[in-house]
Design a protein around this ligand. Structure first.
Ligand code: ADP
Length: 447
């Protein structure tokens, strides 16, 4: 069994994991950079270790320091949260070599899904529908031939991709050379790997993803979908479960395809299988072998704590529920509160002079922010997540409107005003939006 977990992350997710550990009676160790000495996850953990200066490379991404912190504190497991080391196969192997449990999938599965070309091939072999595209890597010399075969418009994507980087659309043969060259150089700069592949560019899809959890022995469940179509620059802003676009039969069908694939793989841990959904068809784009930022909306509609499940399966205890026992109840929406200008999305670090979190039935705020907290400029700008649950989508939206009015964060700019706009928009009220909706809306309503 796991008795002490070191949380190799910061911010709201470190707090999220810490809460789950406390509920399970597991001791916690926070690690932090010198910039985060006053952070909430550090204050609430049973023990904490400073692992380096502010830049992530020298602290949160420093594997030696994290392993040393485990040795010093006697932590027998590490939860990586999301981002940072959560999808680093080498990290999982190093922990394993030190007899420390990695709360996540096997290094082999992280690798398999980390490379998008291999992931796509694997998904296809496991019976998951994929976006039509190239068989593997595309080189500048054969790009035109491949694009003609797929049919324009096409999307060039980095095989090591993430966060929407290294992704370029080519609408016709005239744009192709430049799109391939830019995608390759962006990919090389961001991931140290310039390999790219090509997909059919879908014109009006929704982004729908399926949450799965596997026990590593061939049992796996799905917890329905999340609709994350509201994005800007391929980054999710607002997520909902269930998707306004799916009915129960569609949900259970695609969910089962994913759970069956995970059973075949003997997947261990939580994971998300991401799809684009257009004209009634699902197309796999990637699998994330970790907890997602937006996991709380799934927790809201199922009542299942995904971090508890992660810890259970990592310790070999199996899943706490069977597929038949899972009940989907009501509707949940998550708003990502970033310390950013709500229009330009330019980061706005600084000191929070006033902070009041909303409450009441069906409201969850996951945040490490507090009055007087100084947001360091070194990390991503997510400072909190607002999750609202209602018995129906309408109730959920009405509650969200009330809650957004109540939330006070002063001293910095945040994305809260954007959500106040969205909650009053007719398309959003109708659930009628695709992955391009938000960018179009922002362009149309530019001040
Ligand atoms: P990343 O790992 O960089 O986030 P993904 O493959 O998950 O990349 O894609 C991110 C987003 O890019 C998707 O949610 C979608 O908005 C857009 N996208 C990806 N593939 C396609 C495609 N074939 N056609 C249209 N849009 C796409």
């Amino acid at each position: 069994m796991i008795s002490k977990v070191l949380i190799a992350n910061r911010g709201e997710i470190a707090l999220r994991v810490l809460r789950a550990c406390k509920e399970l009676g597991i001791a916690t160790v926070a690690v932090h950079s010198t910039a985060d000495a006053d952070a909430m996850h550090v204050r609430l953990a049973d023990e904490s270790v400073c692992i380096g200066p502010p830049p992530s490379r020298e602290s949160y991404l420093n594997i030696h320091q994290i392993v040393a912190a485990c040795e010093i504190t006697g932590a027998d497991a590490v939860h990586p949260g999301y981002g940072f080391l959560s999808e680093n196969a080498k990290f999982a192997e190093i922990l394993d070599a030190h007899g420390i449990t990695f709360i996540g999938p096997t290094a082999e599965h992280i690798r398999l899904m980390g490379d998008k070309i291999t992931a796509k091939q694997t998904a296809q072999e496991l019976g998951i529908p994929v976006v039509p595209g190239s068989d593997g890597e595309v080189k500048p010399e054969n790009a035109l031939e491949v694009a003609r075969k797929i049919g324009f418009p096409v999307l060039i994507k980095a095989t090591a991709g993430g966060g929407g980087r290294g992704m370029k659309v080519a609408r016709s043969a005239a744009d192709l050379d430049e799109a391939v060259a830019t995608a390759r150089s962006e990919a090389a700069a961001a991931f140290g790997n310039d390999a790219v592949y090509m997909e059919k560019y879908l014109g009006h899809p929704r982004h729908i993803e399926i949450q799965i959890v596997g026990d590593g022995f061939g049992n796996a469940i799905h917890l329905g979908e999340r609709d994350c179509s509201l994005q800007r620059r391929h980054q999710k802003v607002w997520e909902e479960a269930n998707s306004p676009a799916l009915n129960v039969e569609q949900r259970m069908k695609i969910g089962q395809v994913c759970a069956d694939a995970m059973k075949k793989m003997k997947y261990r841990g939580a994971g998300t299988i991401e799809f684009l959904y257009e004209d009634g068809e699902f197309y796999f784009i990637e699998m994330n072998t970790r907890l997602q930022v937006e996991h709380p909306i799934t927790e809201a509609i199922t009542g299942i704590d995904l971090v508890h499940e992660q810890i259970r399966v990592a310790s070999g205890a199996g899943l706490s529920v069977t597929q038949e026992e899972i009940e989907f109840s009501g509707h949940a929406i998550e708003c990502r509160i970033n310390a950013e200008d709500p229009r330009t999305f330019v980061p706005s670090p600084g000191t929070i002079t006033h902070f009041h979190a909303p409450g009441g039935l069906g409201v969850r705020v996951d945040s490490g922010a507090y009055q007087g907290y100084k947001i360091p400029p070194y990390y991503d700008s997510l400072i909190g997540k607002l999750i609202v649950h209602g018995r129906t989508r309408v109730e959920c939206m009405m509650r969200l409107r009330r809650v957004l009015d109540e939330f006070v964060i002063d001293g910095i700019k945040t994305t809260l005003p954007l959500f106040q706009e969205l909650i009053s928009n007719q398309d959003i009220a109708n659930g009628d939006y695709d992955i391009h909706w938000l960018e179009n809306y922002l362009a149309k309503t530019k001040a």
